[in-house]
Ligand binder design. Structure first.
Ligand code: COA
Length: 377
């Protein structure tokens, strides 16, 4: 059977299961969460509304949203043991590694680790969503030798993140742009990290293991790590006047350019226009226009030369930079948002589970006999 197998490297084009959560439509450049276009959600909703949508399949009414927000705000604290872990984490560690350990630690602190029903998993998802930003904000301060800023329960999810990192809440335009990025990042079908999370729980492992594995998968520069690499690339290019030549040289040398290309979208990423709009607003607000000027030149050159389009990370990277956020926090911010999608998928997987276990085509040596050690030359 293996000899005749058709191999889909990277599972390219393979439909492995169905989902109600989101649909990516590359042919019309669109993405919907439970039927709602992501661009509309980014324009009209707060991030907590979208989290509710991903977990309940409908947008909340005002009462449901208020109760959901109050619940989330009441969970914005970490145990003193987890705070000690954060304080003892090497300051040079990448915050993605801190999150990978932190979420795993939450799993060990779970008071009822053997409960596996959907309601318990939803409750755990709520706690992860509330606590991941606190882990990040605490580490952000600790590694700079600053006091940890306690979370505030009168602030929204997005506002509180700035408060615990920077000790202040920026102007509403900045919070709005950040919130829109979280909504755009929240969910995206069977991407690598979501699929990883589903594979892990398909063995009936626990939700924390699924999310921890998702974080590990997202960290790679071919996936979530790209938003950080985009900003490092822009800093390296330094000036718009160098951008075209830089791109042409990179293409000649057959280098992978971060922030371009996508497994599913081949004619542009549905999330880019919204993210670009907010990135431009950040450039206008700060007066730092050169980063997006560079982006424009790089995108034009890449599209003309190779027909490859920018993806969401190409614009979220400079947008976060313009918001004053450290570069190595960009992918962890993606986690803050995508944990909603991961946990929605984990709960969906477990509701009708079948072990995910593909086949492989063997290309090793033909069958042979074991020669005992004493007789091996
Ligand atoms: N820079 C340069 N060339 C690229 C490219 C990029 N960012 N993305 C794709 N290509 C090239 C590939 O090398 C390939 O060229 P070849 O046919 O000469 O070998 C061709 O375009 C087709 O690639 P494709 O099969 O569509 O890529 P993929 O589906 O296997 O990979 C990504 C998709 C996302 C992994 C890939 O585009 C990439 O590495 N992008 C950069 C990282 C990034 O931004 N990741 C975030 C994704 S949201």
């Amino acid at each position: 059977m293996a000899e005749e197998a058709t191999i889909h490297r990277g599972l390219d084009g393979v439909v492995v299961d169905s989902t109600r959560i989101s649909k990516v439509m590359p042919e019309i450049n669109s993405l919907v969460y439970f039927g709602y276009p992501v661009q509309e959600l980014a324009e009209h909703c707060c991030f907590e509304e979208v989290a509710w949508l991903l977990w309940h399949g409908e947008l909340p009414n005002a009462q449901q949203l208020a109760a959901f927000q109050a619940d989330g705000r009441s969970r914005r604290h970490l145990s003193k043991e987890l705070l000690t872990v954060i304080q003892k984490t090497p300051r040079t560690a990448h915050p993605m590694d801190l999150l990978r350990t932190g979420v795993s630690f939450l799993g060990m602190e779970d008071p009822a680790p053997h409960k596996e029903d959907a309601a318990t998993n939803l409750d755990r998802s709520m706690s992860m969503l509330a606590k991941i930003p606190i882990m990040l904000g605490s580490f952000y301060r600790v590694r700079k030798g600053l006091e940890i800023v306690p979370p505030r329960s009168d602030l929204s999810f997005a506002q509180n993140f700035f408060h615990i990192c920077l000790g202040k809440v920026p102007p509403p335009e900045v919070v709005r742009a950040f919130e829109a990025s979280l909504i755009l990042y929240a969910e995206h079908g069977f991407n690598a990290s979501t699929f990883t999370a589903r594979v892990v729980v398909s063995t009936l492992s626990d939700i924390y293991s699924g999310v921890t594995a998702g974080i590990g998968s997202l960290k790679g520069p071919l996936h979530g790590g790209a938003n950080e690499e985009v900003m490092r690339m822009l800093l390296n290019i330094a000036e718009p006047a160098h951008a075209r030549d830089w791109m042409l040289a990179a293409l000649r040398e057959k280098r992978k350019i971060m922030g371009f290309g996508h497994r599913v979208y081949k004619k542009g990423d549905s999330r880019c226009p919204t993210m670009l709009k907010y990135a431009r607003q950040m450039a206008d607000l700060t007066g730092q226009k050169k980063w997006l000027e560079m982006c424009d030149i790089l995108a034009d050159t890449m599209i003309k030369e190779k027909g490859i389009y920018p993806n969401l990370d190409f614009y979220s990277g400079p947008a976060y930079y313009l918001m004053g956020i450290d570069i190595d926090m960009f992918t962890p911010i993606f986690v803050m948002a995508r944990v909603t999608g991961w946990t929605a998928h984990i709960i969906e997987q477990l509701a009708d589970n079948r072990l995910i276990r593909p086949l492989s085509h063997y290309t090793g040596p033909a069958e042979r006999r074991v020669v005992p050690l004493a007789k091996r030359g």
